[in-house]
Design a binder for this molecule. Structure first.
Ligand code: RNT
Ligand code: ZN
Length: 417
């Protein structure tokens, strides 16, 4: 597309939206402000730099597409490239196993900010903010229970790890002058029937209370609910009900991963219910296919509805948007961009909804008019607005990014062993 076409299409779209009371320039400004936390684990199939073995502990990647990032430099190079294909300023979401170990073997109950200093500097140089995650999986002590383990030695190990992660996140947040959002997800569960559902939940609750005791103003903690893990199908300690109760009573941020619910559940409907009782949401935008398969996020109805609910609740500012999928079967950078851009498109589409008019119809009991406008809104020229945003931000417009990624593959990722 040439410049003239993009600008002309945008002018027409702007008028079309204005006619139904939507200010496209305002929506654009909002989208440009919206940071997306890029999950570092998409670059290397959640392997990290600790043991270099494949991921274990409730999650799994599938596929062996060539070009996986093998070390810290390659992960950073990929993230720097990803940044050039996205409008706006974003964040990078690190897991604890992506530490800069400097060739040393440092166990998880020993890591500290020293191992993340080079990340802090890198982020600053690249105008990125950091978020963080404790890592309870892929470790000899992971087993099926970590923070919920009745064995005090194992439980203490994971408590110590998670406390240290919070301090690392605090240092990151202070260095970047913006709170680092630290997610706690533990895979804890049981493969087969358990007769101790209450016991493990009680232990997890106590462990979290202990971990969250320390006041660390540079960071914010969030805890992630899940339906089940691979190999842990019969019971999940940190289920949705568990964490809803925990977050509501402790006033802790709830991590909502869009892949972590029953396949027919309406995840979008959770937004307004949760926001009445929890302070903020951390989002892991993902795509379940039949199960929590972590497919690449696309612009589908569940994702669109999800962001519409956030905008309708006037709560975008109460949500931290992060991606969480890991597809090892296609070009990993391509997967990043498809998911990140799909997320932006869903947010933009939500911001462009003719909400004032729709609410007016609803208030007047005009059911037909409300449904008709909802239908019409689906085919408004939203693509022209998104193209214009990318053009304005000097990143590839439309499908142009496909060629850029193919070139990066040719020059960089295809040469990796
Ligand atoms: C697992 C959770 C969790 C992980 C990452 C790697 O089901 O979604 O967020 O994907 O922490
Ligand atoms: Zn997640």
């Amino acid at each position: 597309m040439n410049e003239q076409q993009i600008l002309k299409a945008y002018e027409i779209a702007k008028e079309r939206y204005a006619a139904i009371g939507v200010d496209t320039d305002k929506a654009i400004a909002e989208l440009e402000k919206q940071q997306i936390s890029l999950h570092c684990w998409q670059t290397d199939d959640v392997v990290g730099f600790e043991s270099k073995k494949e991921v274990s502990g409730g999650i799994r990647t599938t596929g062996h597409y060539p070009g996986r990032a093998n070390n810290i430099d390659e992960v950073r190079a990929d993230l720097e490239f990803v940044k050039t294909l996205l409008a706006g300023n974003h964040r990078v979401n690190l897991h604890a196993i992506y530490a800069d170990y400097g060739g040393k073997a440092i166990d998880r109950d020993q890591i500290g900010v020293e191992q993340f200093q080079s990340w802090i500097e890198w982020a600053k140089e690249n105008n990125l903010k950091l978020d963080f995650n404790s890592t309870s999986f892929s470790h000899p002590k992971s087993g099926s229970l970590s923070l919920a383990n009745p064995d005090p030695a194992i439980r203490e190990f994971w408590i110590e790890h998670t406390k240290r992660c919070r301090r690392i996140a605090d240092a990151m947040g202070k260095a970047q002058g913006d709170p680092c959002i630290m997610n706690i997800w533990v895979h804890d569960g049981q493969k087969d029937l358990t007769v101790n559902r209450l016991k493990y939940r009680q232990i997890l609750s106590d462990s979290l209370d202990e971990i969250l005791k320390e006041d660390l103003p540079g960071m914010k903690s969030c805890v992630e609910a899940k339906l089940f893990g691979i190999g842990l199908e019969s019971y999940t300690v940190g289920s949705m009900d568990f964490f809803e109760g925990y977050c509501a009573t402790r006033k802790v941020m709830y991590t909502l991963d869009t892949g972590h619910y029953e396949p027919t559940e309406n995840v979008a409907d959770k937004v307004s219910a949760l926001l009445l009782y929890v302070p903020e949401l951390m989002l892991h935008v993902s795509r379940p296919v039949r199960w929590d398969s972590d497919h690449v996020t696309i612009m589908n109805d569940p994702t669109l509805d999800f962001f519409k609910e956030l905008v309708r609740a006037d709560a975008l500012h109460r949500a931290h948007v992060g991606l969480d999928y890991f597809d090892a079967s296609i070009n990993r950078i391509g997967a990043y961009i498809i998911g990140a851009r799909a997320t932006q498109k869903c947010i933009l589409s939500a911001l462009l909804e003719p909400l004032a008019k729709l609410r007016e119809y609803e208030a007047n009991g005009q059911g037909f008019e409300r449904l008709a406008l909802l239908e019409e809104a689906k085919t408004l020229p939203f693509g022209a607005v998104y193209d214009y945003i990318n053009y304005k931000n000097n990143v590839p417009v439309g499908e142009e990014f496909i060629g850029c990624i193919e070139q990066y593959e040719k020059d960089v990722t295809s040469k990796r062993c």
